[in-house]
Design a protein around this ligand. Structure first.
Ligand code: MN
Length: 730
């Protein structure tokens, strides 16, 4: 292919000019020169490189800078760094060069970006341990993570040029980390785009299906919205408001997520859109104006009393401000209405980008980010030794929705939704938490495990005799409380374990086992205990059985056999990873030890991957398995690509859920359909009827998705059947 270099040079300059235009409003004297310099350095550094699409590589940093300027609202330093973000990583330029050319700050941010891509973008995987490093780096300067988000957004926008396995890995990571981060930083528009693109590449069938349905139902939705807002428009104008009112569709990803988590069909999702009213309001009238609008709307449509959300009086900690209510609209349909001012809307959609426009609240918001970053640091200082668990805690705590509770004196504390009285106690102070015996919530006595609600006033009751107990870990969800309880339990255990050591020593002697570290560790492994301390602890409580020791002695004698087994597994992993680049399910059946994971019951035709387990060979999962995102983003090195052979004659287990009305003979008719279907075998069938409704779960053996879909279509034709859906597991 002939490349027209002259045309490319022109295009590069065009894109550069577009970038300058995007940040023009904020450029001060000298800013343009330094951006120009960064641009020229980047062009020179990347000049021999091309992207997978064949385009000059420099298009990528320019696009990332464009996103930083336009969609995130970063200033000159951020844009300079975005232009240079891949130079140290991918070109001959060193960090020292950057420091010499652009100074300390820019070098520091580039260093952070290089470190992050070192851990995240490696072909192996982003493992939990690395995740912590990412967060540490990002907490040094928020711009590091903002530029990284822009980088990821551009890579997602151009993901079509990547290979399929790369697509799945990148898209999974995006859903796992980058979309929640964008959400946490108030970048709503970017979050939605990342999620939709993430879904498009991990589960394109669902993505397309929802997109098509949304499109099909659009005219009807438009008519309904029109009917809903027409009378409101009139009244709001009469009252002298300047406003915009419109229907806002839910994103494809959030519909998908709702179908998935609430187990509902597309047809059953009633809030496919929300009505948004954005009013022009002077800064000092914002709050009262929003409530005035609320009052007008609820005069006209009846509100659901338990669906009022006031994020104006207390904004979410990502800065989100809005007033939400759900009202009964025409045709007996519930409709969510969001009321906010132009400023609030701008901040909600563009997060950081909108800052420079609203100086006062920007300072406040900066503060909220600062608070969040502080919490990140706090968590990182007390990391859980179990990195995966740490990550779950982290996600739960920092990406979760929040609520506000009050101390007896009226101080407000922020906690994740689902937090308990005990979480609150640890939030106040470690000592308060450790000695907590109960609480009074709104003056009523409650146990430690009591789940708090937003607005509760909480008084913690303590006693000096109290100390943390094992089951406390089940009562708390905040990372802070968890890590404090764990470390306190550890101290307690350590003391108890010291007594147990002597007891174990005697038991070992009695069975002629030598009491050395090797044997002790072997015994721990045998009992699946994490450490010798745990063993001594149990011994001290009298929980180590004579039988366990006897079994261990026998096991050591059989040990030889066992070691052979272990080597076999190792060989399996090596052969699975080494010999074939692609696991062909069906073909390699005899050669490799693999099975279908029970969590998603993949069948031929499903998009699948193989996951190497320690004890059970290779498990085949569907790419859209509920566990897949976690597996793919944390253990990519254990993933084998997999596909089905075409001439598949083996049967696979799949589950179906059937719901409908309880017609006479319906069970008979359903089983008839199944037995008439060629080659389908039923493994189990289970029916429940309740007050005229019935629900059935059927497990069938089928060849592939085509086969299964055919069966589903026929089942839908049975009289009384309202819905047939595939389920992941029984
Ligand atoms: Mn990049």
């Amino acid at each position: 292919m002939q490349i027209d270099l002259e045309a490319e040079r022109k295009e590069i300059l065009n894109r550069y000019r577009k970038l300058i235009k995007a940040c023009k409003r904020r450029l001060e004297r000298g800013d343009k020169d330094i951006i120009r310099k960064a641009f020229e350095v980047a062009v020179e550094a990347h000049k021999e490189m091309r992207r997978k699409s064949g385009e000059p590589y420099i298009y990528h940093p320019i696009s990332v800078a464009q996103i930083c300027a336009e969609e995130i609202g970063l200033g000159t330093t951020g844009i300079v760094c975005a232009l240079l973000h891949d130079t140290v990583e991918d070109t001959d330029l060193t960090l020292d060069d950057i420091q010499g050319l652009f100074g300390e700050k820019v070098a520091q941010i580039i260093d952070g970006l290089t470190k992050i891509s070192g851990v995240v973008d490696q072909s192996s995987s982003m493992q939990a341990e690395n995740f912590r490093k990412v967060l540490l780096t990002m907490s040094e300067d928020i711009r590091v993570i903002l530029i990284k988000i822009a980088d990821r957004l551009h890579n997602m926008r151009t993901l079509e040029h990547m290979k399929r396995d790369k697509q799945i890995k990148i898209a999974s990571e995006t859903l796992f980390l980058y979309a929640p981060l964008a959400h946490r930083l108030g970048l709503n528009a970017i979050k939605t785009e990342l999620e939709n693109l993430g879904l498009k590449y991990t589960d394109s069938d669902s993505f397309n299906d929802i997109a098509n349905r949304l499109k099909e139902s659009e005219p009807e939705r438009k008519r309904f919205i029109q009917k809903f807002i027409e009378p409101l428009k009139e009244i709001l104008s009469e009252q002298g408001f300047k406003f915009k009112i419109f229907g806002r569709p839910k994103s494809i990803y959030s519909i998908y997520n709702k179908m998935r988590t609430k187990h509902v069909a597309y047809e059953e999702i009633y809030d496919l859109f929300a009505i948004r009213i954005v009013i022009d309001s002077a800064a000092e009238n914002e709050k009262s104006d929003c409530w005035k609008v609320y009052s007008i709307i609820t005069d006209f449509y009846h509100p659901s009393p338990d669906r009022l959300r006031d994020w104006i009086s207390t904004p979410k900690s990502n800065g989100y401000e809005s007033l939400h209510t759900t009202v009964m609209g025409p045709q007996g349909k519930w409709v969510e209405v969001q009321i906010r001012t132009t400023r609030m809307d701008d901040l909600a959609e563009n997060g950081y980008a909108a800052h420079w426009k609203y100086k006062d609240s920007a300072a406040e918001k900066e503060n909220q980010f600062e608070n969040w970053i502080n919490r990140v640091r706090e968590m990182l200082e007390n990391p859980d030794p179990n990195a995966l668990e740490f990550m779950d805690d982290f996600k739960l705590n920092l990406f979760a929705d929040e609520m506000f509770v009050f101390t007896p004196k009226g101080d407000m504390k922020t906690l994740p939704v689902g937090a308990t009285a005990l979480d609150f106690a640890f939030e106040i102070h470690t000592k308060v938490g450790e000695h907590c015996i109960g609480a009074k919530v709104n003056h009523k006595l409650v146990p430690l495990s009591h789940e708090l609600a937003s607005g509760d006033q909480v008084e913690i009751l303590t006693s000096n005799k109290q100390s943390p107990k094992d089951d406390w870990l089940n009562f708390v969800i905040t990372a802070k409380a968890k890590s404090k309880i764990k470390s306190s339990l550890k101290d307690q255990r350590k003391k108890i374990a010291e007594d147990g050591k002597e007891i174990m020593h005697r038991k070992f002697e009695r069975h002629r086992l030598s009491f050395d570290n090797n044997t002790i560790n072997e015994f721990c492994n045998f009992l699946k205990l994490p450490s010798s301390q745990e063993l001594f602890y149990r011994a001290s409580l009298g929980n180590v059985d004579i039988k366990e020791i006897k079994d261990f002695v026998k096991h050591r004698q059989d040990g030889h056999k066992q070691r052979k087994q272990d080597t076999k597994i190792e060989q399996l992993v090596t052969s699975a990873r080494g010999k074939t680049d692609m696991l062909v399910i069906g073909d390699d059946m005899q050669k490799l030890d693999y099975s279908i994971a029970p969590c998603c019951n993949a069948i031929p035709g499903d998009d699948v991957f193989g996951f190497i387990t320690i004890n059970e060979g290779i498990k085949i999962h569907r790419v859209n398995c509920p566990n897949a995102i976690k597996l793919l983003s944390n253990y990519a090195y254990r993933v084998v690509k997999a596909k089905w052979t075409n001439d598949q004659l083996i049967s696979f287990l799949a589950g179906l859920k059937i719901t409908g009305t309880d017609e006479i003979g319906i069970v008979n008719n359903i089983t008839k359909v199944i037995s008439n279907e060629n080659n389908v075998n039923m493994r189990s069938i289970n029916f429940d009827t309740d007050d005229g409704l019935f629900e059935g779960t059927i497990m069938v053996f089928v060849h592939d998705t085509k086969h299964l879909n055919h069966l589903i279509e026929n089942l839908k034709k049975v009289k009384g059947v309202a819905k047939v859906e595939r389920i992941d597991q029984k």
